[in-house]
Ligand binder design. Structure first.
Ligand SMILES: Nc1ncnc2c1ncn2[C@@H]1O[C@H](COP(=O)(O)OP(=O)(O)OP(=O)(O)O)[C@@H](O)[C@H]1O
Ligand SMILES: [Mg+2]
Length: 360
């Protein structure tokens, strides 16, 4: 293409991008301000937490947009401030943000290793992980037993993050084009800029982004980031090997809250539900590794919840806690097909032990 035409086309594109960014930013500020306003009007902790996510996601989106104005900028200041963070925490946040996109058929396996904090552009990395995870979700849209595995580990002088799916996979020709701008197989739904931007961001971190894939056999995206120079094995921050997601269902608020606190301290990600109906609602749009539920509850019992979980959410395990009035004999346990049970009153250590046996 003659130089002058290319220059004019580039100018036009920049102009167009600026207009889109401007309008989009206006819309995002409406979302941020409405979410902020709503936060002052509600008290329910679940709604507040959802609103925080909406607010944060919209703010992130506006940072991302700012970069669209300078897509090829060599300057890293467009990524915002660098900070020390633990990538396991950042990945958990991204998973929470992308959660509504997960269909029931997708199982998520988090295999977080012991990793140190590193000094990174967190907003930019969040965008990388979000794009790779959403690409995996798209690749799994036809798969009835979709799995996404997110792994982190220290390997030599690098921190390795790998995100795999067992989706449609890619041909060699597709892999070759992956990081090119505007390459997409999603038609109107994709811009084809996600992986190009991700590649750029990882390069700015002096890291490497690699892909392994076979058509029909899924894909694995591997990111290697350099560890801080003085990082020794001893300095690695201790965090649980797997951050399992547990939903605790009990109508007794005090008991539920103290048990939830204990489980959080044990390193689990804990969600609470005050009855089986609330639990079922959460199960519709969130993934859990385990449900820990009381048996006797108003409206729907723990046993009924167990039956529902076993028929609809195959990857989710369930442990029931029964009170004095409703002992669970072996016949009943077998009929319910539950993974474990406890008798009230039970010590926190007993709960931790049954969970370890069931989940690890
Ligand atoms: N996990 C995956 N499995 C199969 N194909 C993938 C996977 N990840 C990416 N791709 C392919 O790479 C293409 C480019 O991905 P990229 O993230 O850059 O853009 P996109 O997802 O199409 O659009 P967007 O800009 O909205 O992210 C996708 O359209 C898809 O064909
Ligand atoms: Mg994408």
């Amino acid at each position: 293409m003659p130089k002058k035409r290319a220059y004019l086309q580039n100018k036009k594109l920049n102009h167009l991008a600026e207009g889109v960014v401007h309008n989009f930013n206006n819309l995002l500020s409406v979302i941020v301000s409405r979410a902020t306003l709503l936060k002052t009007k509600v008290e329910d902790s679940h709604i507040l937490s959802d609103l925080n996510i909406i607010q944060k996601a919209a703010q992130e989106a506006s940072h991302v947009l700012r970069r669209l104005q300078k897509p090829r900028s060599k300057k890293s200041h467009v990524f915002g401030k660098k900070e020390w963070i633990n990538l396991n925490e950042l990945l958990s946040e991204v998973i929470e943000m992308t959660d509504p996109h997960f269909k029931n058929a997708i199982r998520l396996s988090l295999q977080f290793g012991m990793i140190p904090k590193i000094f990174v552009w967190a907003t930019a990395l969040r965008e990388v992980f979000m794009n790779i995870i959403l690409n995996a979700v798209d690749a799994l849209s036809q798969n009835k037993e979709g799995v996404i595995i997110v792994q982190t580990e220290v390997q030599g002088k690098h921190l390795k993050i790998s995100i795999s799916d067992n989706g449609i996979g890619m041909s060699e020709a597709t892999v070759k084009q992956l990081f090119k701008p505007y390459f997409t197989t999603k038609g109107q739904r994709g811009t084809g800029l996600g992986l190009m931007a991700s590649y750029d961001i990882i390069q700015k971190h002096k890291g490497v982004l690699e892909v392994q894939s076979t058509p029909g056999m899924g894909a694995t995206f591997i990111i290697s980031l350099p560890l801080p120079k003085n990082c020794t094995q001893k300095k690695l921050q201790k965090i649980p090997v797997t951050a399992k997601r547990i939903m605790l269902v009990d109508d007794e608020k005090d008991y539920r809250e103290s048990t939830a606190e204990f489980l959080s301290l044990e390193g689990y990600e804990v969600e609470q539900a005050q009855d089986a109906q609330e639990a079922l609602q959460k199960l519709n749009h969130q993934k859990f590794d385990l449900i820990l539920s009381d048996v006797k509850m108003p409206k729907l019992s723990g046993c009924e919840l167990a039956q529902h979980v076993k028929s609809r959410h195959k990857g989710t395990k369930i442990i029931l806690i029964s009170g004095f009035g409703e002992p669970l004999n072996h016949t009943k346990m077998k009929a319910l097909n539950i993974d474990g049970w406890l008798q009230k009153p039970c010590l926190f250590e007993d709960i931790a032990e049954v969970i370890r046996k069931t989940c690890h």
